[in-house]
Design a protein around this ligand. Structure first.
Ligand SMILES: [Zn+2]
Length: 430
C-alpha cells in the first residue's frame, strides 16, 4: 500500500492554485513513513511550483490537473508526459504523482508512485489529516456495509450521520498510556465503534490501579495493563482488532504502532513518555490528542483540580508550542539516560495528590468530543482546552486554537519529516 499525507491547509491551497492555473505542476518535499512494504509520503511545508525550483528535494509529491481526453493519465505515461526527462533520468528518490481532473474531468483523480529504480506503482489512498478526516481511495472497493446497524444507530444519529461516524471509526488509533485515562479512552473509542486500536504501555497492574482503572479486577494484579484491557475489549460487540505493545513508547514496537496509526492519543502520567509520543506524532504528521489530569496541593495548601486537553492537527502547531511540557528538565534527563529510568514507571503519589476518576473522565470525554467534532468538520484547528475547578468547586473552561506551525519551534520544524527525523529527538530537547 502506498499513500500520500497532506494537511488540510496544504490541500486547500493545492485546489485553489490548480483552479487558478491548470498548467502548473505543484511540488512538495516529502518525508517518508515506511513500514515493511507499505510506504507513506508526507507532503511537507509550503508547496512550490516545479519550474521555479533549482534543487529538487530528496523525495517529493507532485500534483497537476488533467482533462478527460488526457491519455497521459495512464500509468505508462503518467510521469513521462508531465515531468521533464532531465529530472526523471537522474532522480533517485520517490515521487508520488497525483492528477486532479478539471473541466470535463472534474471529480476524477489518478495517483502513482515512482520508485527510485523507476518502477511505477499505483497509489492506494490520499489522507488529509485535518477536519473531516478525509480519505480519498484509489482502490476499487465495494462500499462498506455497516454490520449490525441497530447497534450503532444512536451514535450515528448523534454524530450527524453515517459518513461522520464511518470517518472516525475506520481510522487506526494508537493509545499511549493504558492507565486510568488510557483505559477510559480505549473503552470509549471501542464503544464509539473504532475498529483498529494499538495499546502501548509497559506497566503492570498494581493495587492502586484497581480503584478506578476501567476494565480491571483483582485477579489482574501483576498482569500487563495492555493485556488486561485487550481481554476485556475483545468481548465488546464492536469486535475491534487490538494490538498490544507492552513496552515503552521509545521501543521499536511502539514506533511501529505510531507509524501505522492515524490518530495518537496520549494519556501518560510522565513527561518523558509524553515527549516520545509528541515527537513521533509530529515527525509522522499524525493527529495527536493529549489528555492530562491532576489534583495538586499548591503552596497555600489549596487543592487545585483540573484537566487539560490538547488536540493537535498536523501543520497547526505541536504540543511544545501549545502549552509545552510541565517538567521538561526531568524529562530531558530521563530520555538522555541521566535520570533514574524507573522514573517512567514512578509512583504518582510522590508528586501529586493523587487523582480522581471523575476528573480523568472529564478530560477523556472532552478529548473524544473534540475528535467527534473533528470528524464532523466542526473542529478545524488545533485546540487547547483547560478545565479548572475553583475553591468553591465550580469548573471553568478556557480554550485556545492554533492555525499554523511556529517557525521558531524546533519540533514544528521537523513536522512531517518522517523516518529521516527519527534520530533528531535531541535537537528538539536542546
Ligand atoms: Zn511546535
Amino acid at each position: 500500500m502506498n499513500a500520500v499525507i497532506f494537511t488540510r491547509t496544504s490541500w486547500n491551497k493545492i485546489i485553489r492554485e490548480l483552479a487558478r492555473d491548470s498548467s502548473r505542476i505543484i511540488l512538495f518535499p516529502a518525508g517518508l513513513n515506511q513500514v515493511q512494504k507499505n510506504l507513506e509520503l508526507i507532503a511537507r511545508g509550503e508547496n512550490r511550483i516545479l519550474n521555479n525550483i533549482h534543487r529538487l528535494p530528496e523525495n517529493m509529491v507532485c500534483l497537476w490537473s488533467f482533462q478527460e481526453s488526457d491519455q497521459s493519465m495512464l500509468p505508462e505515461n503518467f510521469f513521462n508526459n508531465r515531468l521533464p526527462e532531465t529530472i526523471l533520468k537522474d532522480y533517485r528518490g520517490y515521487i508520488a504523482g497525483i492528477g486532479i481532473g478539471s473541466e470535463s474531468a472534474i471529480g476524477y483523480m489518478a495517483g502513482y508512485l515512482r520508485c527510485p529504480d523507476g518502477e511505477v506503482k499505483p497509489l492506494s489512498s490520499i489522507y488529509i489529516n485535518g477536519p473531516e478526516l478525509i480519505e480519498i481511495s484509489f482502490r476499487q472497493e465495494t462500499p462498506s456495509i455497516i454490520q449490525d446497524s441497530e447497534l450503532w444507530s444512536r451514535t450515528i444519529g448523534a454524530l450527524g450521520g453515517e459518513d461522520t461516524w464511518s470517518r472516525i471509526t475506520r481510522i487506526p488509533f494508537c493509545i499511549v498510556g493504558a492507565g486510568r485515562s488510557g483505559s477510559m479512552m480505549a473503552k470509549s473509542l471501542v464503544k464509539l465503534g473504532v475498529k483498529k486500536l494499538w495499546l502501548t504501555d509497559f506497566d503492570t497492574i498494581e493495587k492502586h490501579n484497581l480503584d478506578s482503572m476501567e476494565m480491571v479486577v483483582k485477579k489482574d494484579l501483576g498482569r500487563k495493563k495492555v493485556d488486561v484491557l485487550k481481554d476485556y475489549l475483545d468481548l465488546l460487540p464492536a469486535h475491534p482488532s487490538i494490538n498490544v505493545v507492552p513496552e515503552s513508547i521509545m521501543s521499536f514496537k511502539a514506533l511501529r504502532a505510531v507509524k501505522e496509526s492515524r490518530i495518537i492519543t496520549c494519556t501518560v502520567d510522565n513527561d518523558a513518555a509524553r515527549i516520545g509520543a509528541v515527537f513521533l506524532s509530529a515527525i509522522y504528521s499524525k493527529i495527536f490528542l493529549d489528555v492530562g489530569t491532576g489534583v495538586f496541593i499548591d503552596n497555600s495548601e489549596q487543592r487545585q483540580m483540573g484537566s487539560s486537553v490538547r488536540l493537535i492537527l498536523p501543520g497547526q502547531g505541536c504540543l511544545l508550542c501549545m502549552g509545552g511540557i510541565s517538567d521538561m528538565d526531568r524529562a530531558r534527563e530521563i530520555i538522555l539516560g541521566k535520570g533514574d529510568t524507573r522514573e517512567v514507571n514512578r509512583d504518582w503519589r510522590l508528586e501529586r495528590s493523587g487523582s480522581v476518576a471523575s476528573l480523568n473522565q472529564i478530560g477523556v470525554n472532552l478529548g473524544i468530543r473534540l475528535l467527534e467534532d473533528l470528524a464532523a468538520g466542526r473542529v478545524s484547528s488545533s485546540t487547547f482546552l483547560q478545565v479548572e475547578y475553583n475553591n468553591n468547586g465550580i469548573p471553568s473552561i478556557n480554550s485556545r486554537t492554533f492555525d499554523e506551525n511556529n517557525s521558531r519551534c524546533p519540533l514544528c520544524r521537523l513536522s512531517g519529516k518522517g523516518d529521516e527525523a527519527l534520530g533528531m529527538l535531541q535537537e528538539v530537547l536542546f
